[in-house]
Write a protein that binds this ligand. Structure first.
Ligand SMILES: [Zn+2]
Length: 238
C-alpha cells in the first residue's frame, strides 16, 4: 500500500513538471524567437510560431546571423544576400516580422559587444515570451546564441518567460529533456513549408527526416500526432 502511494505521488509529481501547452495558453502578447541562422527559428519552433500567430500574438523572428557560411561555393556576401531573402520569404509566409543581428555565421562570438547587442534587442522589443536554442548543442553558433539570450534575459530582470527549443536532436541539440509541449498537428504542413523556403539549405532529406521524426516522437510523448517541445527556464518572474 505504501509503495502504491509512493508510486502515485511520483507519477503526479512528474505530471506537475510538464507545462502542457503553456506557451500557447493565450496570455502572451509579444514573442521573440531567436535562432543562430536563417531557418533555425522555423525548424525549432515554426509550429509554435504559427499557433501563437493564430492567437493574435505579435511574433518577431530574430536571426543572429545571415547564414554567411551556409552555401558552398558562394562568398559570404553572396550567401548572406540569398539567405536574407529566404528568411524574408519564410517570415512573410508565417506572417511575422523579422530582425537580423550583426554576427557572422560560423564565427559567432560571445563578447561584451555581443551581450550588449542582444540586451538592446530585448529592451527594444520588450517581449513577454522568448524562445531560443537549448545551449547544449553540437553547433557553436547555437550554443553562443543561447548564452547571449540567457545573459540578456538575466540583464533585463528576467521579465519575460524564456524557453529553449531543440534542433536536430541527437545531432545538434543534446541532453534535451523537455518539460513543455505544443501540439502542432494542425499546422505541421505549414511549418514544413515555411522552413523549406530556405531553399539554399537543401533541407529536404536529412533535416526533414530529423524534424519529422522529432515532431512525431514528441507527439507520442504528448499524446497527439505532432508536437514541438521545449524546456522552460526556471526563475521566470511571471
Ligand atoms: Zn543553425
Amino acid at each position: 500500500m505504501k509503495r502504491l502511494l509512493l508510486t502515485t505521488l511520483c507519477i503526479l509529481a512528474s505530471f506537475c513538471c510538464i507545462y502542457s501547452q503553456d506557451i500557447i495558453n493565450g496570455h502572451y502578447k509579444k514573442a521573440l524567437v531567436i535562432g543562430a541562422h536563417p531557418d533555425d527559428p522555423e525548424t525549432m519552433a515554426g509550429g509554435t510560431i504559427l499557433k501563437l500567430k493564430e492567437q493574435g500574438c505579435d511574433v518577431v523572428v530574430v536571426y543572429l546571423t545571415r547564414g554567411e557560411a551556409g552555401i558552398r561555393g558562394k562568398s559570404h556576401e553572396e550567401a548572406a544576400t540569398i539567405r536574407t531573402e529566404e528568411g524574408k520569404k519564410a517570415c512573410e509566409y508565417m506572417g511575422v516580422r523579422l530582425e537580423f543581428l550583426s554576427q557572422i555565421d560560423g564565427a559567432t562570438v560571445v563578447t561584451p559587444e555581443a551581450y550588449k547587442e542582444m540586451e538592446n534587442l530585448l529592451k527594444k522589443e520588450n517581449p513577454d515570451l522568448i524562445i531560443t536554442h537549448w545551449p547544449i548543442d553540437g553547433h557553436r553558433d547555437h550554443r553562443n546564441c543561447a548564452i547571449l539570450v540567457f545573459d540578456a534575459w538575466n540583464s533585463c530582470d528576467r521579465a519575460s518567460d524564456l524557453y529553449y527549443a531543440e534542433v536536430m536532436t541527437g545531432h545538434q541539440s543534446l541532453n534535451f529533456a523537455p518539460n513543455s509541449y505544443v501540439d502542432i498537428t494542425s499546422v505541421k504542413e505549414q511549418k514544413t513549408t515555411a522552413y523549406l523556403m530556405h531553399e539554399s539549405q537543401k533541407l529536404v532529406g536529412e533535416v526533414t527526416y530529423y524534424h519529422d521524426t522529432m515532431e512525431a516522437m514528441r507527439g507520442i510523448e504528448f499524446d497527439c500526432k505532432y508536437a514541438e517541445s521545449f524546456i522552460r527556464q526556471t526563475n521566470n518572474k511571471q
